[in-house]
Design a protein around this ligand. Structure first.
Ligand SMILES: Cc1ncc(COP(=O)(O)O)c(C=O)c1O
Length: 344
């Protein structure tokens, strides 16, 4: 059996999801008539403590419709230097919103309030207007690190002082809440909008939610239409999303425990170095000593043992735990890695 640690996006729907999809009551969602989507949107809004929510096909579209709804052409958006919105959304802020990005360094993916304050542009005809702060919690590139509730509050206060709105790329915000051991609303209460993915650790096959005020979500609906994201009888996939919210949130702690065991095992292996303090949720990112091998060479060999993972740079690997990986798989992964090293 393959152990697929490339991402939590590889998860297959659970049996309960398949059943819910087969039996979903559907309608034309562009007319607002899909009862399953309507239920999912109400439930998502309630879970993150916002007035309204909107179902979108992907996390990328979720982030981009929020940016479109928050900004005007020529605005500047502040975000962390390796934020997903900057790194992996194909230039979306420039293409779709006509905005430029102002990247700010962080400590393990967590922004410092003073650095954000310093990045806000003064009122001056030569400068773009800084209108939006984007946060990412947990932070993907930093290895699933968590911005604490207190830090969320401090960053929101800086945004408020500067008259900026705050958007949270919460693709894995339930992992953040789990790591902080708080209700997710303690995190989302500090932002104007949030995007979270149903199709990552929560294991639904497709979809993300955006949530915010009624008025904001009405603007997102228009932005989603521009992007062609109105999906008609998409209650079929929303049905799996509802099961995800009902059944997959409380078990994320198992993924975090597995990631910790994996990280501690990897830390014992000579060719690798892991910043154990950065292992805070379901992602383990670690460096590969170039005197041994490249990430790609190592991963090609470990693949022969049925273990899959992705390189994030030539000398860095990322492994992600999820509900289709259990503790035995983690032990098998560590054994396979040790085997590859012993034969190198
Ligand atoms: C932090 C973060 N934001 C957004 C996304 C985009 O989600 P999607 O792949 O559904 O577009 C991802 C996907 O990995 C992510 O990790």
């Amino acid at each position: 059996m393959t152990i697929d640690l490339r991402s939590d996006t590889v998860t297959q729907p659970t049996k309960e999801m398949w059943r819910a999809m087969a039996e979903a009551e559907v309608g034309d969602d562009v007319y607002g008539e899909d009862p399953t989507i309507n239920r999912l949107q109400e439930r998502a809004a309630e879970m993150v403590g916002k007035e309204a929510a909107l179902f979108v096909p992907s996390g990328t579209m979720g982030n981009q419709v929020c940016l479109m709804a928050h900004t005007r052409r020529g605005n500047e958006i502040i975000l962390e230097e390796e934020a997903h919105i900057f790194m992996y959304e194909a230039g979306g802020p420039a293409v779709l919103s006509g905005c430029q990005t102002h990247r700010v360094k962080s400590e393990r993916g967590v922004l410092c309030p003073d650095d954000v304050r310093a990045a806000v542009r003064a009122e001056n005809i030569h400068f773009p207007e800084t209108t939006l702060l984007c946060l990412e919690n947990t932070h993907n590139r930093a290895g699933g690190t968590v911005t604490s509730v207190d830090r969320m509050r401090e960053l929101a206060a800086v945004a408020d002082e500067a008259g900026m709105s705050v958007h949270l790329d919460g693709a894995r915000v339930f992992n953040a809440a789990c790591a902080e051991d708080v209700d997710v609303r303690r995190i989302t209460e500090h932002v104007d909008s949030v995007q979270f993915c149903l199709s990552k650790g929560l294991a639904a096959p497709v979809g993300s939610m955006v949530a915010g005020s009624e008025e904001f979500i009405a603007r997102c609906l228009r932005a989603r239409k521009i992007l062609g994201g109105g999906m008609r009888q998409a209650g079929i996939i929303a049905a799996a999303g509802l099961v995800a919210l009902d059944t997959m949130v409380d078990r994320l702690v198992d993924d975090h425990d597995d990631a910790r065991v994996l990280a501690e095992g990897i830390a014992e292996m000579e060719p690798f170095s892991v910043d154990l303090d950065s292992v805070q949720s379901n992602i383990v990112a670690y460096d590969v000593d170039p005197n041994w091998f490249t990430a790609a060479d190592f991963l090609a060999d470990v693949r022969a043992y049925g273990v899959l993972a992705n390189p994030v740079s030539p000398q860095r690997i990322r492994m992600v735990t999820h509900y289709q990986v259990d503790r035995d798989d983690i032990e098998r992964t560590l054994d396979s890695m040790a085997e590859v090293i012993s034969q190198w």
